[in-house]
Design a protein around this ligand. Structure first.
Ligand code: GLU
Length: 480
């Protein structure tokens, strides 16, 4: 079937100037979602034309981050593709060819001025209280461009109206159009020129990027026209605001490296869900989305244009929700490096059993030791857990010791399954005349000395009779 729509092709085009922060991930994610939704391609292009700002290892770090989040690209510098190379520094000849087209049409010229001369023009404009525009100083007879001078667009000042999928219909007057630099004196193109050439060559259909570029949009439109190109679809992302919801997200309030979140026990599904929700919702109350649901439901016209608040507590909550959604085997495969050291020699079967008990309680994978250490090694007793427990503090320690010893004797059943243990525990409530809030809390503390533990019968079953008996004996001694 013939389709009048081109295949959807989106790109993530980071400059290798640092690590991958939440804002960068969001841009990549939205572009990735649009591509996956349209059964098109998602392209990674490294924009390394500002050599002074480049940070060693940054491109690799960006690639590692995208892969770690499952935002796999179809074409990119490390995997190639039909429109490569995908690193701008490897494409200089391409920019020169396109620049030459503009020179030949009389739409680009060499900028002959020194920095001092330009400064004089700027000051002049300032003194006359008018905006500085380079085009007011266009040289009458520019020299032939030899690559050592900047190459500038000979602009065509005019008003523009254009549509941004997120920001709506926008317009500007001719006064914002100027003769911007296309190629710098170091031979590298500017972002302004290079991205337009690359997006055209790479057949990109949607440009999804941050707000810092929106002011230059009319100048980009001028370049598209000069090059005879139809512009792609534009979508400008809202700012991400700090917790307070007023200032732009800064390093201090969570604009950290996404790889750090993964190292801290956040899982990729939660990060993806959370970052998607920074400025987007599907119009319902739904908050937890799987990757597949996001692909199905995401749409640029539901991205808000006001700033989106970064709320780390919400991320934490979402992480717990997504941990619950994992199958036990998936979860087990992810927690490998988070087990407490004492889990070293435990079998994978035993560890899985324990994991299944705590899965619902994990907020991050880093919580694993706190929730499981007592399964692998004897926990140190902490009497304040009893003396500061509202219910237990009501009873004298000798009475508590007595309750534990009755329990120890009852909990010697040979079938140590959770079901049988529950029956025994229920009988113990009858024989002791105690409430679960007292008896079960007491046993729970005595065998774990942990702030939380899963349901008591499960805990006892996984600990096993020998360990339970030993720990109850120790606790009885301590309380007597
Ligand atoms: N290289 C630009 C940046 O990292 C990308 C802007 C764009 O997506 O076009 O900010």
């Amino acid at each position: 079937m013939e389709s009048s729509h081109p295949i959807v092709r989106t790109r993530f085009a980071p400059s290798p100037t640092g690590f991958m922060h939440v804002g960068g991930v969001r841009t990549a994610l939205f572009a990735w979602l649009i591509a996956r939704q349209g059964h098109g391609q998602f392209v990674l292009r490294i924009e390394d034309t500002d050599q002074k700002r480049e940070v060693d290892g940054s491109a690799d770090h960006l690639i590692t981050s995208l892969n770690a989040l499952g935002l796999h690209y179809d074409e990119g510098p490390d995997i190639g593709g039909p429109y490569g190379p995908y690193r701008q520094s490897d494409r200089l000849a391409i920019y020169t060819t396109w620049a030459q087209k503009l020179i030949d049409q009389g739409r680009a010229y060499a900028d002959p001025y020194s920095a001092e001369e330009l400064q004089t023009f700027r000051e002049l404009a300032k003194n006359e209280k008018r905006a500085f525009l380079y085009r007011n100083h266009r040289p009458e007879h520019p020299p032939t461009w030899d690559g050592t001078m900047p190459l500038r667009l000979k602009s065509d000042p005019k008003a523009y109206t254009w549509h941004d999928e997120v920001m709506g219909d926008l317009q500007t007057g001719p006064e914002v159009i100027d003769d911007i630099i296309l190629i710098k004196s170091d031979g590298f193109p500017t972002y302004n020129f290079a991205h337009i050439v690359d997006d055209a060559e790479m057949k990109i259909t949607h440009i999804i990027r941050g707000q810092e570029f929106i002011a230059s949009q009319p100048n980009y439109l001028n370049i598209y026209e000069a090059l005879g190109l139809t512009p792609p679809i534009f979508a400008t992302m809202p700012h991400i605001l700090g917790e307070s919801g007023t200032k732009k997200l800064g390093k201090r309030d969570g604009a950290k490296d996404v790889l750090d979140y993964l190292a801290d026990g956040y899982i990729e599904e939660a990060l993806i869900n959370f970052i998607a929700s920074l400025g987007w919702n599907d119009g319902t109350e739904q908050e937890i989305f799987t990757r597949e649901e996001l692909i199905e439901k995401f749409s640029l016209d539901r991205v808000q244009h006001s700033g989106a608040r970064f709320d780390e507590q919400r991320l934490l909550w979402m992480n717990g929700q997504h941990i619950r959604l994992l199958s036990l085997d998936e979860l087990y495969a992810r927690v490998d490096r988070f087990w407490p050291a004492s889990a070293g020699s435990a079998t994978s079967e035993h560890k899985k059993q324990i994991l299944s008990l705590v899965q619902d309680r994990l907020k991050t994978l880093k919580d694993l030791p706190l929730l499981t250490t007592y399964f692998f090694s004897d926990p140190p007793a902490n009497l304040t857990m009893i003396t500061e427990n509202k219910q237990l503090a009501k009873l004298p320690l000798t009475e508590l010791a007595h309750l534990l010893s009755v329990s120890r004797d009852a909990l010697t059943l040979s079938d140590y399954t959770a079901d049988h243990l529950q029956l025994t525990l229920n009988q113990l409530l009858d024989t002791t005349g105690q409430k679960p809030g007292i008896l079960f809390s007491l046993i729970r503390i005595a065998v774990s000395w942990a702030p939380f533990s899963p349901s008591l019968n499960d805990t006892l079953s996984v600990l096993g009779k020998a360990t339970v008996t030993k720990r109850l004996d120790q606790a009885i001694q301590l309380l007597s």
